[in-house]
Design a protein around this ligand. Structure first.
Ligand code: SAH
Length: 459
């Protein structure tokens, strides 16, 4: 039987947007087919130009907005349409929070089969300049102009944008100084295709509480001309620059950072305070990009952990120790595990410098460490998990459940892998009792979530 063609490429159809995907695309339906249209809002009626048709879905772009959704606002960034950084600058913030709360709820229900209501979506309310870290790719246009900015959506094409509204305003002048130094000193921009050139990325970090800035150049070689002149210019223009570091990355890869860091000015790290504690941050160490949002997240995690002072707390994927150390005063003992050596060095310094004596840290893979600690007889009362986007391996979940903690507090930046992992925990005797979302990344498609898993006592 010949299949009727519902839609074909270049068709133009009216469409009502009824939902948003995790990546910020609007969703509508046309004769039973799901149609995704970027940069739309729930309630929009648009004329969609179809650019792709597959068996189960189609993709369109806005040809015309016929009736705008009441959620729509004028984007406050000139490069929003082309840049891959933000997904929601065209929505009022309340609508974005509703969509993200729903996203976490849907993931838990549909992927995890979990029926626990997401209590709330917490946020600092700041939708601009909340990030303390940016990694800007550096490129060259066909006519030889240096471009610095962010990758376009699903692409390695650089959108020229030195003053991103998510970043501190103090970052743009530093980019200008590095670009001018590179041009004057004959430091060539790295070419992804040929592997030629030296300057790959400019990586900036700021301690919001301490007002300390780190400038890190990701380069293919440490042999660069006039580095002293660069450091003098950076620190003269911005006295908050406390550290200038070269990160060496020679590999033909889209992984941004290499393993070797060479400090060329000031300190090997910068510092910041979080939850009243002082933290050291090295270039390779993870540190929450929205520190004020992180304080809200950690408070919620502490609420779920419900420590009374007598517990052993295992903080897996601990980074520089921030979560465990922020809870140490309410625990008997904290054990932290993290795979990046620099972060573990930071974590140990952080404990010592904050006068925390009941915390130990190990540099290890979470799965290997969890198995070893289980074998050694470690029986934590509470386990905090805060893995990267891909979530926890089954080995980690198995070992953690065999340690039989009363509570697992799972912090996640990807609701889908969180839901998958909660389902695995459910099969091993743990039930999700509470869940909350935290909007740590306003205007982007990302959302953080934290859930409390409790060990079910046998009937
Ligand atoms: N809890 C910390 C860090 C969370 S980010 C905080 O709130 O700041 C996730 C951390 O997991 C990163 O520091 C990353 O280096 C670490 N990590 C990634 N894979 C790992 C693995 N297999 N084993 C242990 N740690 C890992």
């Amino acid at each position: 039987m010949k299949q009727t063609v519902i839609l074909k490429k270049n068709d133009e159809i009216p469409l009502t947007i009824t939902a948003l995907t995790a990546l910020g695309s609007g969703v509508g339906h046309h004769a039973g087919l799901t149609v995704f249209v970027e940069n739309t809002a729930i309630g929009d009626e648009v004329l969609a130009h179809i650019i792709k048709v597959k068996a189960t879905y189609a993709v369109g772009i806005i040809k015309k907005i016929l009736t705008p959704s009441p959620d729509r606002i004028e984007p406050d960034c000139p490069v929003f349409a082309g840049c891959g950084g933000c997904a929601f600058r065209h929505l009022n913030y309340e609508a974005e929070k509703r969509a993200k709360l729903q996203q976490v709820q849907d993931a838990l229900q549909r992927i995890g089969g979990i029926d626990c209501p997401v209590e709330d979506i917490l946020s600092t309310g700041e939708t601009r300049r909340y990030r303390n870290k940016a990694q800007y790719p550096v490129g060259m246009t066909a006519d030889g102009k240096t471009i610095i900015g962010f990758y376009a959506k699903r692409s390695h094409r650089i959108v020229d944008c030195r003053d991103c509204v998510l970043q501190p305003a103090s970052f743009a002048p530093l980019l200008d100084i590095v670009a001018a130094w590179a041009a004057e000193s004959g430091v060539a921009v790295y070419d992804e295709e040929t592997g030629r050139g030296q300057l790959r990325h400019i990586y900036l970090r700021k301690g919001f509480h301490t007002d300390e800035t780190m400038v890190c150049l990701v380069v293919t070689t440490p042999k660069l001309p006039r580095l002293d002149a660069l450091c003098t210019r950076l620190t003269a223009a911005d006295p908050t620059v406390k550290s200038v570091v070269l990160n060496i990355n020679r590999a033909k890869t889209n992984v941004i950072l290499g393993d070797i860091c060479i400090t060329v000015f000031g300190s090997d790290f910068i510092e910041d305070t979080l939850c009243g504690l002082r933290f050291r941050i090295s270039p390779l160490s993870f540190y929450q990009v929205n520190p004020r949002g992180a304080e809200i997240l950690y408070r919620k995690a502490a609420d779920f952990a419900a420590l009374t002072g007598s517990e052993l707390l295992l903080d897996l994927y601990c980074g520089t120790g921030t979560i465990g150390l922020s809870m140490a005063h309410r625990a008997k003992q904290v054990v932290g595990v993290e795979i990046i050596a620099q972060a573990i060095e930071n974590a140990k310094d952080n404990a010592a410098r904050n006068g925390i004596e009941n915390a130990r840290f190990f540099c290890d893979d979470a799965a290997g460490a969890a198995k070893r600690l289980l074998f050694e007889g470690l029986r934590p009362d509470v386990v905090v998990l805060d893995p990267p986007r891909k979530g926890c391996s089954t080995d980690v979940i198995d070992a953690v459940s065999q340690m039989q903690p009363d509570r697992v507090v799972y912090v996640s930046c990807d609701p889908a892998t969180l839901a998958r992992d909660c389902k695995r925990f459910a099969a091993l005797g743990y039930a999700v009792r509470r869940a909350a979302a935290v909007d740590m990344f306003p205007r982007t498609g990302h959302v953080e979530a934290v859930v409390l898993l409790v060990r079910k006592t046998p009937d």
